[in-house]
Design a protein around this ligand. Structure first.
Ligand code: UD1
Length: 386
């Protein structure tokens, strides 16, 4: 009698930088809990982020299993970092022989893993495909565009992303899955409810009585004169309300170089280490406003109904600009007015809480897993279930 053979899709998921851990966690959880018989998952860490507060804390909080390998690519110029990852990924992909390589987001890890797989002829699945800021000066815009164009499966979080992919002739490969960061946020809801008062108490903070800041884009923090002007504006805000600033390692080095930590004008600013995912969500949910240059946090503040000011000229999340829920400000001098007289406005907050969430229903990971398990990959490398 013929044996009942179930074919498993061997998926290699490559992560390496902070936002990728968040985007991937719900997909990993979905696969490990409901698709074990059909998907064999190999998680690989590129090593792009390596400080405990940039990496390990996310694995712990998001309950991500220990990766099959950590490639320890570390920091370097874009070319060096990307090339180091590619070299090490190629060897690993040849050994593991994945049927599909899943690459989330838009970091150098995303591009390195997408490109390496595509060059080996292995199908690439891009999680969070189709985002465009229109600014090719951003390393992330280069990464996301090139990754989309070497992918076979494009998991788009929004209708805007689908539209962007169609405009570039990639519509046939695109699937509207919703955003897995919504799934992650849903998963974190109980933690936020249970732990927020203890966390606020620990930092001596009160609901809506502080502004949260996160800055790490090279365009903001690598130019000393721009960073000095930004710091001056933060000090001005700090004279009227508390400013809570978890500092990314890149930003810390550059703030230190301009003497910002020694400035006597810092009294209203509370600098802290980069925070984990759950603690960041608690801070965000309780802040009166967010000033950021992060992509993911623009979206999280929208979903948590916290007004956002984005220190950039463009955004890849245009949906957040609805009703001024998110405002783009580029001139550092304009930050205090945008925060203190714009985003802190109560009417604005009420307006944001009425907005419909365009990022999905919290089931994006289930759609992603379903598409992966039914993906018709090359039968040559299909494997039977144990
Ligand atoms: C990267 C991503 C960015 C993402 C961000 C989240 C790229 C091009 N950029 O930017 O899209 O929003 O992660 O944080 O992939 N460093 C440490 N310890 C670490 C990691 C970094 O000290 O664990 C320092 C090093 O000085 C390093 C610098 O931060 O050179 C920049 O790190 P890198 O990973 O190149 O880029 P990010 O700015 O973190």
């Amino acid at each position: 009698m013929e044996e009942d053979i179930i074919t498993k899709t061997r998926v290699m998921l490559v992560v390496g930088a902070r936002p990728q851990f968040v985007k991937s966690a719900p997909v990993i959880r979905e696969i490990c809990s409901k698709h074990k018989k059909t998907i064999e998952l190999a998680i690989v860490h590129s090593g792009q982020h390596y400080d405990p507060e940039m990496s390990q804390i996310f694995f712990r909080e998001l309950r991500i299993p220990t990766p099959l390998a950590n490639l320890r690519a570390g920091s370097g110029s874009h070319a060096v970092q990307t090339a180091t990852m590619m070299k090490r990924l190629e060897a690993l992909m040849l050994e593991v022989e994945p049927d599909v390589v899943l690459v989330p987001g838009d970091t150098n890890t995303t591009l390195a893993s997408g490109l390496t797989a595509a060059k080996l002829g292995t199908p690439v699945a891009h999680l969070e495909a189709g985002l465009r800021s229109g600014d090719m000066g951003m390393p992330e815009e280069i990464n996301r565009k090139l990754t989309d164009h070497c992918s076979t499966l494009l998991f788009a979080p929004t209708r805007t992303a689908i539209h962007n992919l169609r405009m570039e002739g990639l519509g046939k490969l695109a699937h509207l899955t919703g955003d897995t960061m919504v799934d992650a946020l849903h998963d974190a809801t109980t933690f936020i409810q249970d732990r927020q008062s203890a966390i606020l108490h620990r930092h001596n903070l009160r609901f809506r009585e502080f502004v949260l800041i996160t800055l790490h884009r090279p365009s903001n923090v690598d130019d000393p004169s721009r960073l000095r002007r930004i710091h001056r504006s933060l000090c001005e805000i700090g004279r009227e309300t508390r400013v809570v600033f978890p500092v990314h390692p890149r930003t810390r080095i550059n703030l230190d170089a301009i003497g910002a930590f020694r400035s006597p004008r810092n009294s209203g600013i509370m600098f802290m280490q980069p925070q984990g995912y759950l603690e960041t969500l608690v801070l965000l949910k309780n802040a009166s406003c967010l000033l950021t240059d992060s992509g993911g946090m623009q979206k999280e503040s929208f979903m948590l109904h916290v007004p956002c000011v984005t220190l950039r000229r463009t955004t890849e999340w245009p949906e957040t600009l609805t009703c001024n829920a998110n405002r783009l400000v580029y001139d550092p001098k304009a930050i205090p007015a945008a925060i203190l007289r714009g985003a802190l406005n109560d009417k604005l907050k009420e307006g944001i809480s009425c907005l419909k969430n365009p990022f999905g229903d919290g089931h994006a990971s289930a759609r992603v897993a379903h598409i992966l398990e039914t993906f018709e990959h090359d039968s040559r490398i299909r494997r039977t279930a144990e």
